[in-house]
Each structure stands twice: as C-alpha cells, then as structure tokens.
Write a protein of this length. Sequence first.
Length: 287
Amino acid sequence: MASHSASRPAGPAHPSAVSAASSAPAAASSVSASVVARLRAAGCVFAEEEAELLLSAARSAGELDAMIGQRAAGRPLEHVVGWAEFRGLRIAVDDGVFVPRRRTEFLVERAEELARPGAVVVDLCCGSGALGAALVAAVDGAELHAADIDPAAVRCARRNIAAAGGRVHEGDLYAPLPRDLRGRVDVLLANVPYVPTGEVELLPAEARVHEARVALDGGLDGLDVLRRVAAEAAAWLAPGGSLLFETSERQAGAATRITAAGGLTPRVVHCEDRYATVVIATRRREP
C-alpha cells in the first residue's frame, strides 16, 4: 500500500476528484453485475466466475458484448476466450477442439507418479495437447510425442506443445508416430473417446455441437477406439511402461479385460471428488 506524502495538505480532496474516484469502481461493478445477469439468464451455472473471465479477456466493450452473446448462445466458455486452465497451465483451445476437462487432471497426476526424469511420453488422441503438455511440465527432461487424427486439433496442440519441445503428428493413433518409439514409451496417455454412439446425442450441447464428434464417439459400446489402442500398446511400451486412459465407472470392467487381452496388467483407480475413473495398464518387465 502506498504511503501518504508528508507534504500533501490536510483536508478534503477536490469534489471532482472524489466523484471520479468513486464513479469508476461503481461503473465497473455495474458492468460486472450486468454480465452476470445476462449469463445467469442464459442458464450459466457459474455465472460469476464466467463473468470474471470474460471481463478479463475482452479488450473492448464491443468485444465483451460479442463474447457474452456467444456464451449465452451455448458456445463453450473455453472456445469463447480461446483457452482453458489445466493443471495451472493456460492451454489454447480453438473452435471445434475438445475442451480438456478438469477431471482429466486426475489421469495426469497418476501418470506423473509413474514418469521418471527423461521419460518418453506419448499422448494419443491428444486434442489440444493438454495432457502431454501438463505431464512434461512436471517431469524433467521428458521426450514428448503427441498425435491426433483431427487437423484442427493438431494445429492447436502444436501451439501448446511447442514450448515443451514436443512433436505433434497428424494421423490415426500410432500410424504417424516415429517407428523408433516402438518399445521405448514409458508413459502412453490415450484420451480415447468413450461415449457410446447412441448416447452422443444426450451430451450437453456445449460438447455435442461445438466439439468434434471424433473426440466424443467411442462406437457402439464406447470402447472401439480403446480396443485399437490396447491391441498395439504392448509393442510400443517399454518394459514396465504404462498405458493410462479415462473411462466411465460402468465401462471399467470391460476396459480392464480389453487391456489384459492386449498383454497388459491393468488396475483401476477412482477419484470421487472429480468423478474420474482411470485405468492404468502396465507392460510386464522382462524376466
């Protein structure tokens, strides 16, 4: 806090100065209240928090009005402001790209427990690249490769992962990865889609309308992409390396059977606070 100057004369300030000083906070408070009211009327549950983000992101009154309109129309907040916070990082999220969920931080935390300094990390179905970027930010000297089939996701991930010195490859699952990674991967993150096809239309409009369907639709039972990942995982993992992916609690049993059939040893971990279920499937070490 600034101290008062000893030479400042005692007595009240000029009336106009008092008026200007008091009107600025009042105007800001009025704008904030207006934003909250518009968001709340549109059904935004966390209207106060969202208003704060929009006010900090907007560079002009016109831009703020446009952003509020987009959010009120159902566009994800992260697409409106252009980023999402994930494990303390600001992750760029472009239009159409899957928004990283806070519950998925639980998966990264479990991966961090397994990753040693210098670990080779692969982030499949990487979307924005949030998982890989967050993990290598916590692991010294990690080598990061990420891949996604969606060109928009690849462009976004390259921006997020470039600072970490990682490489992002465009293509279907393992197909675009460098061949010399086979048998060397210590941590394989696979944020596979796991919503059954018949349930995609039941998702909130924010996801169903604004995120790529390829990032949501996991096939008839929600496990089609996982089957393909698990079938090849052992060939890419180093001995003792692990595949980690998120699934629903009701799918966990089937998911563990799929990974076991692929030659991995699975275990399931839960986080009740974040409604997160993660399977960790490990390649056995050589005898």
